[in-house]
Design a protein around this ligand. Structure first.
Ligand code: FAD
Length: 331
């Protein structure tokens, strides 16, 4: 009898999982994908959107297009997951599943940093990035402060990419000499997981472009054009923020999450503590064997993790032993 594989989230991990499953499973099995949004949003080009090298409509695709491939798309808000009943509660009703892949991403909580919503542009949302892009077109010079609110955060390189692209953009507009650029991060060093050589190189390149870097900074609040840190204050005219993150709130009562609300998974199989449920992408917390830290949250990992989970489910459904493993591909 046909089974239902349900995928929560139509971002990078969810769409990859759905495509792989549809290609590998027989048509007797259903593949259903749920997302609250009408569109898949692709975040990697956001830094280019800011400097007018991309348009917002180039970053989205209608999720209903998955229907053409035989993937059912439900636009609905996921409210909770009930592993004991193999059911997901949404604002459009209950969905039963045989296998579940959760790829709900990281939840952005600008409201958790006092003053963020009133005083900063949230570059981790398409609407915030589009607003900032329009603001930058009117910008005539001043102090731009890019800050990372807290750890963990999605995409370790995005803030640095934004800083370098802004430097180039302002030079081309003849405004760089009238602009101070600074970047504030709670990290010990830029991109710590890429190793000390990359960190040193980034520091050098930032300094060469007169981008002031402050590391190991705890951001406390943003008030009246002042970013308050545990190590003093930074004044600015335009604040660009990476908001605080948390695991998806829809999973709070699921029993699948640990510290910070992130899904606990086996780092190689992406299996959760419940047999028929897998977690992939930004919503998971994967402890690395090195540096006592967590694996970075990146689209490239979400992609390969989704492939592993989807391929193993396809094997299970055909009565075979799952053997695919995530080994850090993409790093
Ligand atoms: C500015 C920026 C630049 C980046 N650049 C890169 C890069 O160059 N390279 C790279 O590898 N990665 C990059 N990333 C990171 C990458 O975008 C993420 O790691 C990736 O999107 C994670 O995929 P995911 O499927 O885990 O989550 P997401 O892509 O965030 O998808 C989660 C989906 O779940 C949906 N959802 C959440 N909660 C609910 C709910 N309750 N009900 C219904 N739907 C829900 C959301 O609407 C969303 O569509 C960047 C990120 C940003 C913000």
């Amino acid at each position: 009898m046909g089974k239902t594989v349900l995928i929560l989230g139509g971002g990078t991990g969810g769409v990859v999982a759905a495509n792989v499953l549809r290609k590998t499973l027989g048509r007797e099995h259903r593949v259903v994908l749920v997302d609250r949004k009408e569109n898949h949003e692709f975040y990697s080009p956001i830094p280019f959107l800011l400097v007018n090298q991309r348009r917002p409509q180039q970053l989205t695709r209608k999720l209903s297009r998955l229907g053409r491939k035989g993937i059912d798309f439900w636009q609905a808000e996921v409210r909770s997951v009930n592993p004991a009943r193999s059911q997901v509660e949404t604002d459009r009703g209950t969905i039963d599943y045989d296998y579940l892949i959760i790829s709900l991403g990281a939840e952005h909580r600008p409201e958790n940093l006092p003053g963020f919503q009133e005083g900063a542009y949230n570059v981790y949302s398409l609407s915030g990035a589009s607003r900032l892009s329009r603001r930058l077109q009117q910008f005539s010079g001043g102090r731009i402060v890019i800050f990372i609110s807290s750890i963990p955060f999605v995409c370790p390189s995005a803030a640095y990419e934004i800083a370098f692209l802004l430097d180039e953009y302002l030079r081309k507009k003849g405004l760089r000499h009238r602009t101070e650029l600074s970047l504030i991060t709670p990290e010990r060093s830029p991109e710590p997981l890429a190793g000390p050589l990359v960190g040193a190189r980034l520091r050098r390149d930032l300094a060469r472009r007169y981008i002031k870097l402050t590391t190991e900074a705890k951001v406390l609040s943003l008030e009246n054009g002042r970013l308050k840190l545990d190590q003093g204050e930074v004044e600015g005219d335009l604040f660009i923020g990476v908001p605080p993150h948390r695991g998806p709130s829809a999973l709070e009562s699921s029993g699948l999450t640990g510290e910070g609300g992130w899904i606990e998974v086996d780092p190689h199989t992406l299996a959760t503590r419940v047999e028929n449920i897998f977690g992939v992408g930004d919503a998971t917390a994967i402890r690395l064997p090195v540096m006592q830290t967590w694996a970075p949250k990146s689209g490239i990992f979400a992609h390969y993790q989704a492939e592993v989970a989807a391929r193993n489910i396809a094997l299970l459904l055909s009565g075979k032993k799952p053997h695919h493993r995530f080994t850090g591909k993409g790093l």
